[in-house]
Ligand binder design. Structure first.
Ligand code: RIB
Length: 305
């Protein structure tokens, strides 16, 4: 049983300051972390920590960031057979986190933007036991569309995280089994951009997109629409110090849950547990549950307690 994440890798440069600067202003920060990130890489790493055989499909640059990204994947048990090296810089993400744990991110795609449809088609076609494919918007959209087409042809489950937001083209949408937006992506996807996000807006969007929908709502947990019915899953109470990558933690964990035999509501419960723990620690994937914590969370969800 294998998952492929067709998506981005970045080096995250995270600066922490109680109050973030306005335009033209300089403020002193409290902390700084140089770490591994990228929505795709984050999603791959958390599935690996749950014990899944996960393949990263990506391009890294010919710089030192590319080298260290490969070493980190090796340490995290993520298969890099389908990570290619291209000339130029790897992806980077300068990130600012304020005193409430909220972030602002600039993603500079670098090598992520050089991925090709041929590359992802060849990779997915050669993975024999492919069970699920996860995608996001941090690589060229038509590359993700090509990947999801192959995934569906092979009978794999497709999970799409529309981040950072852009409209989903029809040729990608038609091959999505699940779409997992956060609140701002939800507003972008909804035909009228409606806010606040209530039950009726969520049901409207699911029926408009004609997919299974799982909206992540931060401290309020998640809302799922399955076969036209809405389900809400609460998140454990957590004191957030850094919410960066929490959504990716949810997406990877939720996907693991679905392919491991949990029903979607249980998978979302597991996802909210993992994401809630991650916001209590600094860093992106560095804040995710370790393998022991992941197993403990899975046991709790499976026992229904
Ligand atoms: O979702 C968080 C991620 O967004 C960071 O790791 C950063 O690299 C950007 O991709």
């Amino acid at each position: 049983m294998a998952i492929a994440v067709v998506g981005s890798t970045n080096i995250d440069m995270v600066a922490y300051a109680k109050v973030l600067p306005e335009s033209g202003e300089t403020v002193k920060g409290e902390d700084f972390i140089l770490g591994f990130g990228g929505k795709g890489a984050n999603q791959a790493v958390i599935t690996a920590r749950f014990g899944v055989n996960v393949y990263m499909v990506n391009s890294i640059g010919d710089d030192v960031f590319g080298e260290t990204t490969l070493s980190n994947f090796a340490k995290e048990n993520v298969n890099t057979q389908y990570v290619s090296r291209v000339s130029g810089p790897s992806g980077v993400a300068p990130i600012w986190v304020d005193g409430e744990g909220n972030n602002r991110i600039i993603v500079v795609p670098g090598a992520n933007g050089k991925m090709t449809s041929e590359q992802v088609e060849a990779a997915l076609n050669s993975i024999e036991d492919l069970e699920a494919v996860i995608g996001q918007f941090e690589i060229p959209t038509q590359v993700t569309a090509a990947a999801f087409k192959v995934a569906k042809a092979k009978g794999a489950l497709t999970i799409f995280n529309p981040a950072p937001f852009e409209p989903i083209p029809d040729n990608l949408l038609q091959n999505c089994d699940w779409i997992i937006p956060n609140e701002s992506e939800f507003a972008g996807l909804h035909p009228t951009g409606k806010k606040p996000i209530g039950d009726s807006e969520i049901l409207e969007l699911a029926s408009y997109l004609k997919v299974n929908l799982c909206v992540t709502l931060g401290a309020s947990g998640a809302a799922l629409v399955i076969d036209g019915k809405l389900h809400r899953v609460a998140a454990p109470i957590a004191k957030a110090v850094d919410t960066t990558g929490a959504g990716d933690c949810f997406v990877g964990t939720f996907t693991f849950g679905l392919i491991s035999g949990l029903n979607p509501i249980q998978a979302a419960e597991l996802g909210t547990k993992a994401a809630s723990l991650s916001v209590t620690r600094l860093g992106t994937m560095a804040s995710y549950p370790n393998t022991t914590e992941a197993q403990e969370m899975l046991n709790i969800v499976m026992s229904g307690s």
